[in-house]
Write a protein of this length. Structure first.
Length: 477
């Protein structure tokens, strides 16, 4: 069967991550004998329809987030018009948490809920045989809902992401995937799935579960070996929710990676409560250069309301230790949480100044469907007045953040611009980032880049927005 898989991409910043989830699904479908075409792009900037239509697929899978729902909806409508016989399947985070709403608001024929590898293979088999799709586990149609799809317990049983079907080279271009580190040849990987924590703003567990499942060290190294030999990668960014969750596994992996004949620079995401000196030393010996921590707030009260499970003192200790051992740090913060006051934001600003991250980013609190925050806010007057799913739901670039805190929207925007600009020099203007600065300077003669810079500067007042607009325009994606 001919199957087209499309990731409805959004533009945010200058780091473009490949759609690993979709590439895992592509790998499983290819292993089952299907003919695949995989596309990744923003349909408002690139014509994806013609590439799909030319392939004449019998099944089309669209993966999208809440912030790209409107783009996916419009793309699906055009594909249905031009390929009426093809079955349109939706998937990804948004479709998983709101399958019935997704079907009601689009022309999609079905939605895949949760991890998609086995669901996609079984759905394709049902489609080929004429069996009712609503009987497939993990599938929702207008005719009914199939049984719940269990998570994949043995991650080693899955084929590697089919990066070759998409073309891996565009994702290896500078500035790279390690935030604030200008480099090329950096890929992304998953070593585990699932997150046991209960942060109110996160819905990761709805798609990947709360039980953490980890690939074997041998399986992870086999994929790394392939990427080094085939694609010449020089670095890696681990997109696991908490890379260091299993301390014993992390130590074993670092020991094995340190013995490899190649040397990779890599970064990962973790929690301040999930690192210690022995672990950090092992990670550095294995090539780790940066750890990104979700700090979120400098206010004890706000952290408790988020169910974050950490204290500001833990944040300071983890950042001090990480920096002392020679590792770069990244920190993310959230502004505008329910009940947050201006004094709480001042505490966040003070904490960010004290811990001195190498890379700092501030997000807006946004009640994404599937999160505890959404359960709390969905029936509020603010939610009723909030725009339909789409770009407005981008918690980083939104010009009109969700009004959940005590602060008016314009005040929150002003706070974020002020804080992001305060950390601009540390984020970008450092000696080690000279290659990044030079690459940015090379983009400036292009008229489209200058236009994007002017629009960004007038729109947000954030220096980082100007830099990211330049790179996004330069990439042309």
């Amino acid at each position: 069967m001919r199957i087209a898989l499309v990731n409805v991409q959004y533009h945010e910043g200058n780091n473009v991550f490949p759609p690993l989830g979709l590439l895992y699904v592509a790998g499983a479908l290819r292993e089952a004998g299907h003919e695949l075409r995989v596309l990744d792009g923003d349909p408002t900037r690139r014509d994806l329809t013609s590439s799909v239509v030319d392939f004449r697929p019998e099944l089309i899978g669209l993966s999208f987030l809440t912030m790209t729902f409107d783009r996916a909806r419009d793309l699906a409508a055009e594909l249905k018009r031009r390929l009426p016989e093809a079955l349109l399947l939706g998937g990804g985070a948004h479709a998983t948490v709101d399958p019935e709403g997704t079907l009601a608001d689009t022309v999609l024929d079905a939605v895949a809920v949760g991890e998609g590898e086995r669901t996609a293979v079984e759905l394709a088999a049902a489609l080929a045989s004429g069996a009712p799709l609503e009987r497939v586990a993990g599938v929702v149609t207008r005719a009914g809902r199939g049984p719940e799809r269990e998570t994949v317990e043995d991650l080693d049983s899955l084929p590697f992401p089919a990066r070759d079907l998409l073309g891996h080279a565009p994702y290896l271009r500078p500035p790279g995937l390690i935030r604030g580190w200008a480099s090329s040849g950096i890929a992304s990987m998953l070593a585990s799935r699932g997150c046991p924590f209960r942060c109110s703003y996160c819905g990761s567990h709805r798609q990947l579960g709360r039980d953490v499942r980890i690939r074997s060290v041998d399986d992870v190294l086999a994929e790394l070996d392939l990427l080094v030999q085939r694609d010449g990668i020089r670095g890696m960014y681990w997109v696991d929710d908490v890379f260091t969750h299993d301390r014993a596994w992390t130590l074993a992996f670092c020991e094995a990676l340190a013995r490899r004949p190649y040397r990779l620079r890599w970064g990962c995401q973790s929690r301040v409560s999930a690192v210690d000196e022995q672990l950090l030393r092992a990670m550095r010996r294995a090539g780790c250069v940066q750890i990104d921590f979700g700090v979120e707030s400098g206010s004890k009260e706000v952290l408790r309301s988020m169910h974050k499970g950490i204290e500001p003192m833990q944040v300071e200790e983890a950042f001090s230790l990480t920096r002392r051992l020679g590792l770069r740090t990244g920190a993310s913060f959230i502004l505008g949480s329910p009940g947050e006051s201006e004094q709480d934001i001042e505490a966040t600003a003070a904490l960010a100044d004290r811990i001195r991250p190498d890379w700092t980013v501030f997000f807006y609190s946004t009640p994404y469907p599937g999160t505890d925050l959404w359960k709390k806010e969905r029936h509020s007057p603010q939610a009723a007045a909030w725009p339909a799913y789409g770009e407005q739901w981008n918690n980083r670039v939104s010009r009109d953040p969700f009004p959940g805190s005590h602060l008016p929207g314009p005040d929150l925007v002003a706070w974020r611009s002020r804080l992001q600009n305060r950390h601009f020099r540390r984020n970008y203007m450092r000696a080690r980032n000279l290659p990044f600065i030079l690459r940015l300077a090379r983009t400036l003669p292009r008229p489209e880049v200058r236009g994007a810079i002017a629009q960004a500067a007038l729109g947000s007042g954030r220096l980082d927005d100007v830099v990211e607009a330049a790179f996004a325009s330069w990439r042309g994606e």
